[in-house]
Design a protein around this ligand. Structure first.
Ligand code: AMP
Length: 224
């Protein structure tokens, strides 16, 4: 049985993070979200964080070589030996190529690329309501999935905040960046037979069920 090396692809706000967390729990795999890694670096004020901050605030992408290094280290770590879930990486063709080369060197391969898609109007609406806890990483939506107690995480009661780049003026630029730089990856992975599509406008549970069923089928087919 091959390793469950998964890539989450799709526009901001389509539900990649939510699904990645569920899959990480289901399969006991590490979840590497480059956005979370960069936000933590910004909060800690590390060199990486200082470089990334202005770029993230503008809705652009941090340089490929920086982010490739961040991910390469994690993939090679012992905790990722049985598989990993990449969320927010790769985001450009050069990043996808670097990942492919690294995996080849390690004699590993991508199991599937899960595209969670949703139209721009829908993701803009969702992002405006998105709140998260810096303590637990738990994500809520004040419109669609509010916490039981307003402004508080259900796991530990920590404060829920909005990401700086979830403000409307940055969201438009993030979407433009996605369409320009990341959508070419859809064709790139489709040509390699790795792409699986999911309807991000469905409820998180429906999307999760669909992904689980698809992965189960892929694993069965692999065993044939
Ligand atoms: P996310 O949480 O995935 O929406 O990422 C937040 C921001 O982090 C993005 O808008 C980018 O500025 C930066 N970022 C995250 N992942 C990458 C990546 N793979 N390549 C370049 N920049 C990234």
């Amino acid at each position: 049985m091959s390793e469950l090396n998964l890539i989450m692809l799709g526009p901001p706000g389509a539900g990649k993070g939510t699904q990645a967390k569920r899959l990480a729990k289901d399969f006991g795999l590490p979840h590497y979200a480059t956005g979370d890694i960069l936000r933590a670096a910004v909060d800690e004020g590390t060199e990486l964080g200082r470089k990334a901050k202005p770029i993230m605030e503008s809705g652009g992408l941090v340089p490929d070589e920086i982010i490739i290094g961040v991910i390469a280290e994690r993939i090679a770590s012992p905790e990722a030996a049985d598989g990993f879930i990449l969320d927010g990486f790769p985001r450009t063709i050069p990043q996808a190529e670097a990942l492919g080369e690294q995996l080849e060197r390690l004699e590993r391969r991508i199991f599937a690329v899960l595209l969670i898609d949703a139209p721009d109007e829908e993701v803009v609406k969702r992002i405006s309501g998105r709140r998260f806890s810096k303590e637990t990483g738990q994500i809520y939506n004040v419109h669609f999935d509010p916490p039981k107690r307003e402004g508080r995480c259900e796991v530990d009661g920590s404060e829920l905040v909005q990401r700086d780049d979830d403000k409307p003026e940055v969201v438009r630029d993030r979407l433009a960046t996605y369409h320009e730089q990341t959508t070419p990856l859809i064709e790139y992975y489709d040509e390699r037979g790795l792409l699986r599509r999911f309807d991000g406008t469905r409820s998180p549970t429906e999307v999760h069920d669909h992904i689980r069923a698809t992965l189960a089928t892929l694993r069965l087919e692999e065993g044939l």
